[in-house]
Design a protein around this ligand. Structure first.
Ligand code: NDP
Length: 242
């Protein structure tokens, strides 16, 4: 049987790339989004059923056009993974408001943008799933993470609100809240002290962080449940993380 279309944001690295691989191996058609499309095109995937588009999730028109093109080819989106995100650590007394804005725009507006594009179709079909990549920083605080924590608490809040709005239409909204993992996330941090503090904190767990593969497996696990079952949230972290 033909499998439905899956859309993944932030597929060019880290969790998104692993999520792309796991659904590709399972034979799903995919629309893979990110600004660095060359990185997506270099992933070890079978590209027969893959569309790649350069989309900034803060630009809803680009996002919408890419999904419309993929739906023309593969049919309606059945799963949107709102994974794209940015974490710019910094002391709030010194950090540039531009960095706060980038986190709020990407991590919160990006999720809302994608959700608004796919949700009407899912509600009409009474079928579909949206999985939002939050963080343990969406449930508890961390020093030097003020704006990031604000954005991820936002993701938790908006996800549960939207879940209540569409649960009666048989549409699932779910969250994955990972702990620390080695991806490209930290490479964008401009505050050296915040970075050093973060590395010292990681040492307290023996330097052992999550393997992004396990985060991807959580996403697949949520999606693989019958449509009547909504795993509302998965919290996943290295065992040694506090
Ligand atoms: P990466 O930096 O490796 O991946 C982030 C992805 O987001 C990239 O593919 C990047 O693609 C994309 N992205 C960033 N900004 C935009 C934008 N404006 N428009 C479109 N795509 C964008 O980090 P992770 O894989 O770790 O992060 C994935 C998600 O997981 C994020 O939401 C992050 O907050 C969350 N998370 C990460 C944790 C960790 O420790 N790594 C822990 C908990 C949660 P490109 O640059 O090509 O556009």
């Amino acid at each position: 049987m033909t499998k439905p279309l899956i859309v993944i944001t932030g597929a060019s690295s880290g969790f998104g790339a692993e999520i792309a691989k796991i659904f590709n191996a399972a034979g799903y058609p995919e629309l893979l989004l990110g600004r660095r499309t060359e990185k997506i095109s270099a992933l070890p995937l079978n590209f027969d059923q893959v569309m790649v588009a350069s989309v900034d999730v803060t630009e809803q028109d680009q996002f919408k056009d890419a999904i419309a093109k993929a739906e023309e080819k593969f049919g309606p989106v059945d799963l949107l993974v709102n994974n794209a995100g940015v974490m710019l650590l910094g002391n709030v007394q010194k950090q540039s408001p531009k960095e706060w804005q980038q986190m709020l725009d990407t991590n919160v507006m990006g999720v809302l943008n994608g959700t608004q594009i796919v949700l009407p179709g899912m509600v009409a079909r009474e079928h579909g799933t949206i999985i939002n990549m939050s963080s343990l920083a969406g449930k508890k605080t961390f020093v030097n993470h003020a704006a990031y924590v604000a954005s991820k608490f936002g993701v938790h809040g908006l996800s549960e609100t939207i879940r209540e709005e569409v649960s009666g239409n048989n549409v699932r909204i779910s969250l994955v809240a990972p702990g620390a993992a080695e991806t490209e996330l930290l490479t964008h941090v401009t505050d050296d002290k915040a970075l050093t503090d973060y590395e010292a904190w990681k040492d307290t767990m023996g330097g052992i962080t999550l393997d992004p593969v396990h985060v991807a497996e959580s996403v697949k696990f949520i999606y693989d449940m019958p449509q009547e079952v909504n795993i509302r949230e998965v919290d996943i972290a290295a065992t040694r993380q506090d």
